[in-house]
Design a protein around this ligand. Structure first.
Ligand code: PLP
Length: 393
């Protein structure tokens, strides 16, 4: 066993199943292993590294900000925070930004806003309806909102006030709505849930239902946001407007940063002291995020993302493997469903051949590559997958 593996085992809590590979550095879509091999990362460090590894503009922004200060308390104005917020609000078209540090934390903030809004404007409505098979993060409330039993096993008693509706089924959610419903929380694409895309008709009906019943609509865009689906936020594909958008993952250009973007209706209830954070909106993370988002948000880049996503999905569908049941996704979120539970085996064997993918469900693999991925790199990934699939009986 190598020294790092020994020390990891000895000093780090055993909550992650680590793969048997050590990386020395990265560049673009590639990671370079201690074993001398080149690995193509088709999950971008779980949808974080929008521009891939070691991007020069992000590095320069980090160095520039670091030379000024790496942290200021939130008692003081921060130009890095303001510059990123301005960009986000312009790209979103509405709202104001509240920064925190992680996806789960931002989800909590969105829920807190909804609860206060319900208290003040809807006679104490507090219930949050989220979707079955959803994923919203690992804190107790975010997990209670998460609609997957496997996460609730040791959570008891679960945080109260959460209900789960069948995704893409408007009749089911209609049955769950009561006068106590404060908000609906939904991912436009369920990524951790195995890559399921919300249908257009459904999202429109859901937005209309929320309007009719005076319910806040919260879009969890932690994985779908920041251009990944070919629009800056995935909700924009549906011609709807949520009241709150939650963003994280790539928001800090690879550094920890998340935010809630709230419209007037929701955020008007939030005032000084309602939420606080020591590290949220860290200036280095904001500067890095701005550099990343400047690049990905150009109209040309956004168009390319749609095209690349279509190309990747098309190539995967053309594998014509008996094992592939369905290829689905939106933009550069692509899921491949197999006929049986071979996802973990495919993931492991792909890694051995220099391809990093991920398996959110036993029969599904997920590809969320860096947004700067090119055709050659996608071809290479698909070829490796083909070889892997050919080798599995
Ligand atoms: C990753 C993710 C989260 C959790 O984010 P963390 O930063 O790990 O807390 C929540 N919701 C969605 C949709 C995600 O993809």
């Amino acid at each position: 066993m190598s020294l790092i593996k020994e020390k990891d085992k000895k000093y780090i809590a055993n909550t992650f199943n680590r793969y048997n590979v050590e990386f020395l550095r990265g560049k673009g879509a590639f990671l370079y292993g201690k074993d001398g091999k080149e690995y193509i990362d088709m999950v971008a460090g779980v949808a974080v590294s929008l521009l891939g590894y070691n991007d020069e503009s992000i590095n320069a922004a980090i160095i520039k900000q670091t030379a000024r200060y790496t942290h200021l308390s939130n008692w003081f104005y921060s130009d890095a925070q303001v510059n990123l917020a301005e960009m986000l609000v312009k790209l979103n078209g509405w709202g104001k930004v509240f920064y925190v540090n992680s996806g789960a934390e931002a989800t909590e903030v969105a829920i807190k806003i909804a609860r206060k809004w319900g208290m003040l404007h809807k006679k104490g409505a507090f219930e949050i309806i989220s979707m079955k098979n959803s994923f919203h993060g690992r804190t107790i409330n975010a997990l209670s909102a998460t609609g997957q039993e496997k996460f609730h096993k040791y959570l008891n008693p679960k945080a109260p006030g959460y209900k789960h509706a069948v995704f893409n089924d408007i009749k089911d959610i209609e049955k769950l709505v009561t006068s106590k419903t404060a908000a609906v929380l939904i991912e436009p694409v369920q990524c951790e849930g195995g890559v399921h895309v919300a249908e257009k008709k459904y999202m429109k009906a859901l937005a209309a239902l929320c309007r009719r019943k005076n319910i806040l609509l919260i879009a969890d865009e932690i994985q779908t946001g920041l251009g990944r689906t070919g629009k800056f936020f995935a909700y924009m594909h549906y011609g709807i407007r949520p009241d709150i958008v939650v963003a994280a993952k790539g928001l800090g250009g690879g550094l920890p940063l998340s935010c809630v973007i709230g419209g007037e209706k929701a955020l008007s209830v939030y005032s000084v002291g309602d939420h606080g954070t020591t590290m949220g909106g860290n200036p280095v993370a904001c500067a890095a995020g701005l550099a990343a988002i400047k690049k990905v948000s150009s109209p040309k880049m956004m168009k390319e993302i749609s095209k690349k996503g279509g190309y990747l999905a098309g190539r995967l569908a053309c594998l014509h493997s008996d094992r592939v049941k369905e290829v689905r996704g939106l933009g550069l979120i692509v899921g491949v469903e197999f006929d049986t539970d071979i996802g973990a085996e495919v993931t492991k064997k792909s890694l051995e051949r220099g391809l990093i993918i991920n398996c959110p469900k036993p029969n599904v693999i997920r590809l969320v590559p860096p947004l700067v991925i090119n055709k050659n790199q996608m071809d290479r990934a698909v070829l490796i997958l083909k070889k892997v699939l050919d080798g599995i009986n």
